[in-house]
Design a protein around this ligand. Sequence first.
Ligand SMILES: Nc1nc2c(c(=O)[nH]1)N[C@H]1C(S)=C(S)[C@@H](COP(=O)(O)OP(=O)(O)OC[C@H]3O[C@@H](n4cnc5c(=O)[nH]c(N)nc54)[C@H](O)[C@@H]3O)O[C@H]1N2
Ligand SMILES: Nc1nc2c(c(=O)[nH]1)N[C@H]1C(S)=C(S)[C@@H](COP(=O)(O)OP(=O)(O)OC[C@H]3O[C@@H](n4cnc5c(=O)[nH]c(N)nc54)[C@H](O)[C@@H]3O)O[C@H]1N2
Ligand SMILES: [Mo]
Length: 749
Amino acid sequence: MKNKKDLVIASQAQSAAGIKAVYISLQQIFSRMSFQNSFKVLSKLNQKKGMDCPGCAWPDPDHRSKLGEFCENGVKAIAEEAMERVADPDFFAKYSVEELSNQSDYWLGQQGRLTHPMILRNGETHYTPISWKETNQIIAKELNSLSSPNEAAFYTSGRTSNEAAFLYQLFVRMFGTNNLPDCSNMCHESSGVALSKTVGIGKGSVTLNDFNKAELILIFGQNPATNHPRMLSTLEKAKKNGAKVVAINPLKEAGLINFKNPQSPSGILKGVDIADLYLQIKINEDVALLKAVMAKLFQLTATRPEVLDHEFINNKTAGFTEFKEEILGHDIEKLIQKTGIATSEIDILVDLIANRSKIIACWGMGLTQHVNGVDNIQEVVNLLLMKGSISKEGAGTCPVRGHSNVQGDRTMGIAEKPSKELLDKISENFGFTPPKEHGYSVVEAIEAMYKGEAKVFIGMGGNFLSAAPDTNYTTKALNNCNLTAHISTKLNRSHLTPGKTALILPSMGRTDTFVKNGKEQFVTVENSMGVVHTSKGMLTPPSEFVESEPVIVANIAKATLNQDKVDWDFLTEDYNNIRDLIEKTISGFENYNQRIQQPIGFELPNGARTGEFTTPNKKANFTVNKINEITVEDNEFIMMTTRSHDQFNTTIYGLDDRYRGIYNGRMVVFMNPNDIYKLELKKGDKVSLYNNYNNVKRQVDNFSVVPYNIPKGCLATYYPESNPLVPINLTAHLSHTPSSKSIKVKIKR
Ligand SMILES: Nc1nc2c(c(=O)[nH]1)N[C@H]1C(S)=C(S)[C@@H](COP(=O)(O)OP(=O)(O)OC[C@H]3O[C@@H](n4cnc5c(=O)[nH]c(N)nc54)[C@H](O)[C@@H]3O)O[C@H]1N2
Ligand SMILES: Nc1nc2c(c(=O)[nH]1)N[C@H]1C(S)=C(S)[C@@H](COP(=O)(O)OP(=O)(O)OC[C@H]3O[C@@H](n4cnc5c(=O)[nH]c(N)nc54)[C@H](O)[C@@H]3O)O[C@H]1N2
Ligand SMILES: [Mo]
């Protein structure tokens, strides 16, 4: 008989959301929070002037549903943050760090909100409480004893508000370094690099309204039902308006097949089919697919020149001739063979593209997290440029951002390679010369800590260890530090891989109310489409010792820097004061405090949207990109690491992935049935996955085999469980994003 806790491998769902999503989200929130607090949050979630969901960065529509403008996974994010259980000093007295290390990520998260600043002193087994005054002194002492400011790394995760991010980067630059690695380095960095080079801005060009006007929406490497569920309502509406949708993904993701909108009665019963065409591509063959499609479009122009937008190409772009020549140099059949997709299906895509010009291309981690991540996105841009499908209504680029304020953090100056414009403004406004030398990205920071070249790590949110590649290597890197300090809402594995001294600094989250001088403060965030708006919490923080992020940064800065250029107390007295400084420093924020009062916020300038490309040549640039050159040996596979439906990055909400038919477990490897047969394995067998890059053997054990609809030769596992297999130095050209979607692995029993 099956134990209730045993892994269950059931069949894949053919539809997403529906009533079940409503049921599960309510169950999650009511099991963790009181009815009163649950309703308080849900009534304000994503409403105008309400609270921005700490889940994804998908924008809110101008007209918000009174039934609730949120999704199952947004509710899970709230329940996870605002749960009433606490991990207080008694909890830390009960468990040693070693005991905590033996628990699962899920268990760690369920222990509740952090309530007190805690310290793990060198040689001690348990975290013990400490005052904020002392934590600030310890940080200041460690930072000031470094032989260079470049020996410290200051990480940011994308939930941090604009206000906190601005103060943080200001403090770090006054301290004297650009070592500002960011979760973005592991996420959409490839998009930022590719888009800056080709269209002059590292952000997407579309607005939500463009989806209502689009004729064709291409969705590459993205799983909206889990990671951006509210995007499905946008797609549903776009389809009602006549748009066709094409999904390009090795996995058949439920939400891209069919969406049952829980807010519409007919939606619940039947749902709407999302993808008109589903191309099940082999992992990392998107460039080959795009080249095949573009080559076929060029062939069509012999009889139908209007298939391309020649006026746009001539007036607005550069590099077309070299680009065209390269595309025409390929053997189309060979390209198609690489993709694993049938020619007849590719012809349908070519036909859809040839006959339409209002095209939106959306993408997620399926394009960015490869060695050739930047090439993937540049090739997508090439297609849009050929069609003139940018800077026009209903068309453009849509990198679907991850964390709810990851885009805003970058806008605020969280960047290891800051622009000259930003540094000039900082120097003008604050009377010091900020460092120009580029700082560490995430991977560079890990390598520096590993080699002992960086000695202090400070994390503004996030879970650096579990998010980073090469878990064992990164563990050693963090252990090497003199000091690791994490500004966190919840306990996570990074707290359990300490430097010689480790600090946990408990922070308020989105749901918490922050009152200063009798005035309720709000923060601001930027969504995936460049709209800046407010967010205000409504719950009482879990303890009086929990601080807001801006205050935590300001107090560290005050303790560390010996200066009188910035009055940190004045800034945190009233967040309007921080926003006044942002206005003076960052372009696009004119009249910030006034414009932010508009119920839907305001849009930042975007040259790619308006057709004023801010590239050095003022043109949109075609590029020539390489096809994937990874080769595999016999019985070697290419593995992607992806998210289950019950997680937010390294935070595990539960042990199910119901859309993929997995219950009670995460240690699974999705495989093509033919491959399973070839290796003489069967469903549920326990296997080890291993690889050998540069003579370093990496291995994870105890993964259960799951027969799945995935192309032959491809595997999928969940992140972070399989991160030990991602080599630290296997990163994308130019963006240095870990290649966590194409890792070579072999399988053994
Ligand atoms: N509930 C929830 N919401 C989230 C998150 C979460 O963990 N949970 N994370 C947030 C963050 S930070 C981010 S960045 C986003 C992530 O959102 P996604 O980008 O959707 O992230 P993944 O789950 O990694 O899914 C990647 C998708 O790419 C596909 N894929 C893999 N390799 C390839 C390839 O080579 N080519 C193509 N075409 N497709 C490929 C996979 O099958 C999968 O569908 O979501 C954000 N929102
Ligand atoms: N193999 C593999 N690795 C990956 C990925 C992948 O697809 N595959 N995806 C990558 C991507 S896209 C990303 S974005 C990164 C994510 O990397 P991170 O952003 O570092 O990770 P999260 O899991 O989002 O961080 C969760 C922690 O943030 C803290 N936290 C939550 N809310 C708040 C808050 O409001 N304030 C503060 N101060 N702390 C808070 C909590 O303590 C929680 O434990 O992981 C990357 N790593
Ligand atoms: Mo992300």
